[in-house]
Design a protein around this ligand. Structure first.
Ligand code: SF4
Length: 153
């Protein structure tokens, strides 16, 4: 089983925000650059995590992205469950649907396996993900410096 790129990007964002300093201004673009993710992917992660009440985007002076209190305490399994969605692990309901789906025992087994995976991740909180040595590595992430001779955009 592999996490979607969207879930991974979202978790990178959450972890970087979890170690942000009080006065640190973190924009979507800055976090995208810090975590080596395309801006558009990070913008989608910010939007979804805002909907979930995990991230808060403040506008204006002193604005930027912040992790909310519930976001900091969130179990990682609950977050991943929301971000991954409820699609089958295999293509049971694809077009065309699998002819075995009415009686398939594998489908149920895969569902239970996924629930066990989430339950295991529920033992980990966002806050605990950023304890040492992850914290030190996250704090050192910086946005890319602008290219001196490159095209200006
Ligand atoms: S064999 Fe079972 S698990 Fe696989 S696609 Fe068909 S219904 Fe789904």
């Amino acid at each position: 089983m592999r996490l979607t790129a969207f879930t991974d990007v979202s978790l990178r964002l959450v972890m970087r925000l979890a170690v942000a300093g009080e006065d640190e201004l973190l924009t979507t673009r800055a976090v995208a650059e810090m975590t080596s993710v395309p801006y558009t992917h990070m913008a989608k992660a910010v939007a979804r995590l805002s909907e979930l009440g995990v991230v808060e985007a403040r506008r204006g002076r002193g604005g930027g992205l912040r992790l909310t209190g519930p976001g900091r305490r969130a179990p990682v399994g609950a977050l991943v469950r929301e971000l991954e969605g409820a699609d089958d692990l295999a293509g049971c309901e694809d077009d065309p649907p699998c002819p075995l789906r009415a009686a398939c025992r594998l489908r149920g087994a895969l569902h239970r396996a996924r629930e066990a995976f989430y339950a295991s991740l529920d033992e980990v909180t966002v806050e605990s993900l950023v304890s040492s040595p992850a914290r030190e590595a996250l704090v050192l992430l910086r946005p890319r410096a602008p290219e001196r001779d490159g095209p200006q955009m």
